[in-house]
Design a protein around this ligand. Sequence first.
Ligand code: AMP
Ligand code: GLY
Length: 450
Amino acid sequence: MRSARPAGNVNRYYYKDMKYNVLLLGSGGREHALAWKIAQSPMLGDFYALPGNPGINAIAEGIEGKVSDFDLIRRTVVEKNIDMVVCGPEDPLVEGLKDFLKSCPDVKGDLLFVGPGKDGARLEGSKDFAKEFMARHGIPTAAYRSFTAEQRNEASAFLRSLRPPYVVKADGLAAGKGVIISQSLEEAEESLEHIFGGQFGSAGAKVVIEEYLDGVEVSFFVLTDGHGYLLLPEAKDYKRIWDGDKGLNTGGMGSVSPVPFCDGEFVEKVRSRIIEPTVKGLESENMDYRGFIFFGLMNCGGDPYVIEYNVRMGDPETESVMLRIDSDLLAHMAAAAGGDLSGQTIKVSRQAAVTAIVVSGGYPEKYGKGYPVSGLEALTDITVFHAGTAMKDGKLVTSGGRVLALSATGETIPDARDRVYSRVDTVSFDGSFHRGDIALDMINWPAGKR
Ligand code: AMP
Ligand code: GLY
């Protein structure tokens, strides 16, 4: 920061003339969307991304390396005089990056860090911890029990006491693959066998078995300073590879915001039953949580239940959500990380946003890399976020399964959809593929209501 910040409390007037040197961690579409939003702030000083990607590095200076290299992050923070670290993915948070940086004598004491410490990151890092946290604070979620490998027989007995479909989860981080939903008891038993047998490594040392929640999923996001919070726009993501939500699970094929069933009444239930008890619970357990919380919710007949917590923003939800925030996210993040959001109000656009992801043929299974990407220069009327791209010999090529996120806003969801889909064929690379039905179910839900 170019001017000193008063110890303890901070307020909005103080922030006004400040410039922040920001280091953004991560390399996906989510991080590009965050970078795009951060870059619009008048409060941005120097901007770095570690490692970033070709899209991000057009607006932030890229630092080569891995987000798991904490010492590289420390050196970057010190050498580049970073004021704020924004952590995109969950792994560094779960591994204790914030605690590490705060313990380094050469890192300044007032470094702002957007994301929880190791304690708060358990909300995502351990499903068992998250479930017990929800039980302690009366937060609605599916009934569950957790078991270690020694309790294999009890786990089977518990499965037999439930009705299908059966939900079996590895306790720890399993790159989004640790949840197995089966229609038959035999399949559920097999999943137990696989998880305890080491399919997900140490993430499967414990297993969570829970009741199946029948409903429609929605993602809610808040930015908290540990006491209060700002509610970001909600979104829905589309996880399966094929239209109609068929086929294999992916990292996300598209998203839409707003979600029409999230009317005033539903949002009020989410705030009072889920968000507020969560933030209060974190505070009462002295976790000093400063950063984003992502609530993966199931709307079961009008009542929200928590499926999971994440301690970061969602991907590809962020690509739609950022398009709908009209206020200064960098100011909000500075206030949250500084411990006082009370002077901040978030301004959410009334427009709708839709994102379609263009993926490599074969994804989420085997796919090729290094295909030249063409057509991007023509896409000036929608927003393109890079997810899996790289520069090779001065040319943009594919480097991942999910390659580009195409996002647009419109007066209504159909308008935003039309804008994205009218342009989706403009970009191309060998074997490119996208879903054609992103947000279609939300247009008809429920009969035109928004
Ligand atoms: P998670 O990794 O916990 O988010 O679970 C991945 C996906 O599995 C969720 O997005 C849901 O689609 C589904 N899922 C997880 N838990 C349940 C549940 N109790 N009932 C129904 N679906 C679930
Ligand atoms: N879109 C779901 C996630 O980011 O985990």
